[in-house]
Design a protein around this ligand. Structure first.
Ligand code: CP
Length: 329
């Protein structure tokens, strides 16, 4: 039987999340992930009750959201999360930044740091860019997605959604399907879900499946029907054309025919299958729109809701040392 990881006994003076930054799932122990998910649970209930707005625990702290790549869900939910906790939140988008005038990443990092923020959230098109910035600044840095590398808060919100809907993660068959080659969401989810004891499958056409994917603790499938067989959770990914150089699929129509999530294909999964998608979705390319809109099976909007709770938990936990919270020195 696959068991969920449990927290080891903490030594005196230790706390359950001993990290300065949140750069990726790869750096986290399974029980540190479980701790963040547990922290996020309280915010789900408070957000639903409209009670989180007055929390104020980040009052007086400045949060910079520096997004050098487009975003709807991640940017807005980090902004809402910071504001609900009382932070002063400012957003920097690539179209309005001096990166457009040729400023380097490191000069941008130094410039942000000189304004003495208390926490920086960064999205960047280059893998490793967020880690580089974290080495140049004096405050916690949270990765909001870097290239094909990682999108840790997306994996956390996906895990929270699964845990709440299914009551557990360990032992579930989770099929992650689509453009895995270009997906930071897939990579973070493979690491997180396999580490929490799920049986994870990577399902993609051969051109969109990284050769070394099984080293991440998953089983690879190139046939969609086989990959979906008995799955408890099916997570669809869009074709990330912004990261593609050249053609990886003959046409989107053919892609949908062989790899799109249709009713017929979904019938191969478990009867109570949960359908997920990190968004943005391309209806009729990787997923039939009617499946995405079926709230009995689809958790797409719930994933967005969990995103706010998870990001509140991450902002809170990562700033505890800075706020002088007892036990977090
Ligand atoms: N899932 C996700 O990262 O969406 P955005 O690009 O809209 O932030």
């Amino acid at each position: 039987m696959v068991r969920a990881p449990s927290h080891p006994a903490l030594a005196d003076g230790a706390h359950p999340f001993p990290h300065d930054h949140l750069l990726g799932i790869a750096a986290l122990k399974p029980w540190e992930i479980a701790f963040l998910l547990d922290e996020a649970e309280q915010w789900v209930d408070l957000n639903r009750a409209g009670a989180a707005k007055h929390d104020g625990r980040l009052a007086g702290l400045t949060q910079i959201n520096a997004f050098f790549e487009n975003s709807t869900r991640t940017l807005l939910s980090f902004e809402i999360a910071g504001k609900r906790l009382g932070a002063d939140v400012v957003n920097l988008g690539v179209s309005g930044s001096s990166v457009k005038k040729g400023e380097t990443l490191l000069d941008t990092a130094t410039t942000l740091n000189a304004m003495r923020p208390d926490v920086i959230v960064i999205r960047h098109a280059a893998s490793g860019a967020v880690q580089l910035i974290s080495e140049k600044v004096d405050c916690p840095v949270l990765n909001a997605g870097d290239g094909r590398h990682e999108h840790p808060t997306q994996a956390l919100l996906d895990a929270l959604t699964i845990r709440r809907r299914k009551g557990r993660i360990a032992g579930l068959k989770v099929a992650i399907c689509g453009d895995i080659l270009h997906s930071r969401v897939a990579r973070s989810n493979f690491l997180l879900l396999a580490g929490q004891g799920a049986e994870v499958r990577a399902v993609a056409p051969p051109t969109l499946l990284p050769e070394s994917v099984e080293a991440l603790g998953v089983t690879a499938f190139t046939d969609m029907d086989e990959g979906l067989d008995g799955a408890d959770v099916v997570m669809m990914l869009r074709l990330q054309t912004e990261r593609m150089a050249g053609a990886y699929v003959p046409s989107t129509r053919e892609y949908f025919h062989f790899h799109g999530l249709t009713e017929a294909r979904l019938a191969r999964a478990a009867p109570d299958v949960l359908v997920m998608h990190p968004g943005p979705m391309n209806r009729g390319v990787e997923i039939d729109g009617a499946i995405a809109d079926d709230i009995a099976r689809s958790a797409v909007t719930e994933q967005v809701e969990m995103g706010v709770a998870v990001r509140m938990a991450c902002l809170d936990v990562l700033t505890r040392r800075r706020r002088g919270i007892a036990g977090w020195a």
